[in-house]
Design a protein around this ligand. Structure first.
Ligand SMILES: Nc1ncnc2c1ncn2[C@@H]1O[C@H](COP(=O)(O)OP(=O)(O)OP(=O)(O)O)[C@@H](O)[C@H]1O
Length: 306
């Protein structure tokens, strides 16, 4: 693990913004921090980057306590805040050279570091371009370049694709996956599809607490369809529908239509279609439903407060 977060809590004034957060970050790969507005993502990330001092708990980066040895720990991380700290009147070369000096790179190695990071981030052809004349997607690439110019072991990205157009989003996602091949990347988002597209692992935070922490695969299994809308010309009784193994509840919506909840691991739609043919229910329509992100947050929050 490159990062260990232990019993992290923070309150700005009276109320706790985050409470007893615990997680680890693997040496490589992308970890998504998913949560709705006000969930505590920025508070967690700001503490993780040493921008904010926590009220309680600790952050260890490669075993170094961020609170006790901030300079040493911060050398190991790069940060792209939600609003990239770009100086728009500088060229790409001037800006990255400035960042390299701020990051304490030996003066003899600055030029190489700038050239390498430009190639990595696909911005070498814009070396002499003023930042203010770059598109949003390329500005974001420069933002990522400044976060990795000193080759940190951990990169923290706050909503890195926010405000980009669909093509730029795809390109920035690809770049994030590439830079995570040899280091750890954590990024926050309130958009489920964003995290699903980019991350191997996911942490969901709600009301300042972690409500889910596992692989993206486990999360996707968690949100498999768990109900279906079924309309039939000759429907059976509710008791007969309830007798189908795997069905947990049946709600009548009209004479001919029902919502049937089932255990997500049971692939029931095919079974309902087959039974309908065998028993002459005359199926008109069948539609699978997935929980919305809000429902997932609510389910997970309840589950964890029990
Ligand atoms: N500077 C501050 N002073 C007081 N309360 C704050 C401050 N910053 C955040 N909070 C509160 O702490 C809680 C967590 O906020 P935080 O910004 O960490 O959430 P978030 O998940 O990043 O949300 P968003 O996506 O809207 O930025 C919220 O209730 C918020 O109102």
């Amino acid at each position: 693990m490159i990062v260990k977060v232990e019993h992290l809590s923070h309150r700005y004034s009276k109320d706790w913004a985050i409470r007893d957060i615990n997680f680890g970050i693997n040496q490589k790969g992308v970890l998504g921090l998913l949560g709705s507005n006000g969930a505590g993502k920025s508070t967690t990330m700001n503490i993780l980057c040493g921008v904010l001092n926590q009220t309680d708990g600790k952050v260890l980066i490669d075993g170094i306590d961020l609170h006790k040895a901030p300079e040493q720990a911060k050398k190991l991380l790069g940060f792209l805040p939600q609003h990239a700290p770009l100086h728009l009147e500088l060229t790409v070369d001037e800006y990255l050279t400035y960042c390299a000096f701020i990051r304490d790179i030996d003066s003899g190695k600055v030029r190489t570091a700038v050239e390498e990071v430009k190639i990595k981030c696909g911005i070498a052809h814009f070396s002499k371009r003023l930042l203010k004349n770059l598109s949003g997607g390329y500005r974001q690439r420069v933002g990522i370049a400044q976060a990795i110019i000193h080759q940190p072991k951990l990169v923290v990205l706050d909503e890195p694709t926010n405000g980009l157009d669909p093509n730029q989003i795809l390109e920035v996602r690809k770049l994030i996956r590439e830079i995570a091949e040899d280091r750890a990347v954590i990024f926050s988002s309130h958009i489920l599809s964003e995290v699903q597209a980019t991350c191997k692992d996911v942490i969901m935070i709600e009301g300042g607490k972690i409500v889910f922490a596992n692989t993206m695969e486990a999360f996707n299994n968690y949100i498999l369809p768990d109900s279906m809308l079924v309309s039939m010309e000759q429907p059976p009784s509710i008791a007969e529908l309830m007798a189908i193994p795997g069905i947990t509840t049946v709600t009548r919506l009209s004479d001919k239509s029902f919502r049937m909840h089932f255990h997500p691991s049971a692939a029931l739609s095919q079974q309902v279609i087959t039974l309908s043919v065998q028993k002459g229910w005359q199926l008109i329509e069948i539609m699978l439903e997935k929980s919305s992100l809000d429902e997932i947050f609510a389910q997970l929050s309840n589950k964890n407060s029990c």
